[in-house]
Design a protein around this ligand. Structure first.
Ligand code: PFF
Length: 486
């Protein structure tokens, strides 16, 4: 049992953290979710906004969160409380930590269902259940896998058990080691799939779909989805990165680690897109295939390539591992909070959390079969978990974090923790004070229908407003800081 007085466990140097944070960031978000939501939101324009969000919001927020974690040395709730108290500010800000912890838990509740798909497909690949299937068969196989709650429940329960077993064993054991071989393996598999895609006849269409910017194809909802996905894919505002940051040794550079993780994560997502869309176009499938897109497309590619059966097994092993290294990071916040505050052992905390998780995830799993009619405002429980976290909780939580860091806390806190040169520190401050918050707000204003913003045409205006607000903000900032701090 760890108490707050005891020194906290730490990663084995900077690379331990990079591996664990990459393990958290790279997961189903990159390989399952990114391609399918790109498909739903029309391709290139969505990809561009997503990349802009990673750069303008994701990277600054990630640096901020890691700094919070390392400074506060605790779960999101405790770390934020400690850091704000250190600056003499209201501990009510720790509500941000509560929201993050809840978001991580809610995400995991549907994530285990998708990870369960990956395990189920691994089993199908091993047992030959995917061999010889046509495009239509693939859709039928996916539907059949979902239709039986006992089958689907079996796989998501298995994922829940595996997650809790690993988490119960502690932070370092396993995580760093598995990421070390799994991540390169996944990249090799994606390269093979992209190589296959180049000769499948759909590659040019895929490139055009992913990288040709067509402003007209972008809806307000697509913008919010891109923003939410930037948070999701980097594991931000959901407790994971902040808690992992609390195990980061004092010497490691936060900026360098953040950039490394963000680049690795983005490359894997783009590679997944380049692996999946050629298969979609070559087989005359629709990019709007929804959450089943990955599972209905890649098995077709494996079938058509030499040694495809073996590659399919390897691919689903790695996808399942990538899912697990992300899943464990989502409960790390809750478990470390319980251990630090409730005088329970890590194992008890993990299993306790696991039981609640199992109940909620079972409800999410039922959205695909017996609960197919249980909808509220057109969304199933599974969709609600995704919608509330990605479109609301994470962007708003991230907004709170950057405002807190930019305007409310003593500037020495982040200067110490980030340890940047004055010029880089000024850039980070400019990002967290203006670029990230305004980026998030503009997308919200647009998505809530308060004003319709045509990004293609209005960007000079938006840039001018950003500059104006930054200048006014800098002039008024001591006063603003006093007001926000109450
Ligand atoms: N970043 C993970 C992925 O892309 O699959 C998902 C995720 C992990 C979200 C951890 C949130 C989190 F706290």
């Amino acid at each position: 049992m760890t108490t707050p007085q005891q020194p906290r466990a730490q990663w084995l140097g900077r690379w331990g953290f990079v591996l664990a944070a990459t393990g958290s960031a790279v997961g189903l978000g990159n390989i399952w979710k990114f391609p399918y939501i790109t498909g739903e939101h029309g391709g290139g324009a969505f990809v561009l906004i997503y990349l802009a969000c990673i750069l303008a919001v994701g990277v600054p927020v990630m640096m901020t969160e890691i700094a919070f974690g390392r400074r506060g040395r605790g779960s999101p709730i405790d770390a934020v409380r400690r850091v704000v108290t250190e600056s003499g500010r209201s501990s009510l800000w720790s509500l941000l930590g509560w929201m993050a912890m809840l978001a991580g838990f809610m995400i995991l509740s549907f994530y285990v269902v998708v990870a369960g798909w990956s395990f189920a497909y691994l089993w199908k690949a091993v047992s030959g259940g995917l061999a010889g299937a046509s495009v239509d068969d693939m859709a039928a196989i996916f539907a059949a896998n979902n239709a039986n709650p006992l089958n689907l429940g079996f796989w998501s329960t298995l994922v829940t058990l595996a997650t809790m077993l690993i988490v119960g064993k502690g932070v370092q054991a396993g995580i760093e080691k598995s990421v070390r071989w799994m991540m390169p393996g996944l990249v090799v598999m994606l390269v093979i799939l992209i190589g296959y895609g180049m000769f499948s006849g759909g590659f040019i269409d895929a490139l055009r779909f992913l990288f040709v910017f067509d402003a007209g194809s972008l809806s307000s909802d697509g913008m919010l989805a891109a923003l939410g996905h930037a948070f999701f894919t980097l594991s931000l505002a959901s407790g994971a990165i902040l808690t992992y940051g609390s195990y980061l040794p004092a010497r490691a550079s936060i900026a360098r680690t953040t950039v490394t993780v963000a680049i690795a994560d983005t490359l894997v997502a783009l590679m997944a897109g380049l692996a999946i869309f050629p298969v979609i176009f070559a087989n005359g499938m629709s990019p709007e295939g929804g959450p089943g897109l990955l599972f209905m497309s890649l098995p077709l590619a494996f079938q058509a390539m030499p040694l495809g059966g073996l590659f399919a097994i390897l691919f689903f092993v790695m996808l399942s591992m990538a899912a697990l290294t992300s899943a464990i990071s989502m409960v790390e916040a809750t478990v470390s909070w319980l251990v630090d505050n409730k005088a329970v052992s890590r194992r008890t905390a993990a299993w306790g959390t696991g039981i609640v998780l199992w109940l909620v995830s079972t409800l999410a799993m039922l959205s695909f079969n017996v609960g197919a009619d249980w909808t509220l405002a057109g969304r199933h429980f599974f969709d609600w978990l995704d919608y509330l976290t990605s479109r609301w909780m994470m962007p708003l939580g991230g907004l709170g974090m950057v405002l807190l860091a930019g305007f409310v806390l003593n500037s020495a806190t982040f200067r110490d923790e980030l340890g940047l040169s004055p010029r880089w520190h000024a850039l980070w401050l400019f990002m967290v004070r203006y670029v990230s918050p305004l980026g998030i707000l503009v997308i919200f204003v647009d998505a809530l229908g308060i004003a319709r913003i045509e990004f293609g045409a209005h960007w000079p205006w938006l840039a001018a407003v950003l500059v104006a607000i930054s200048v006014i903000g800098e002039l008024a900032s001591p006063r603003l800081r006093r007001t926000l701090a109450g």
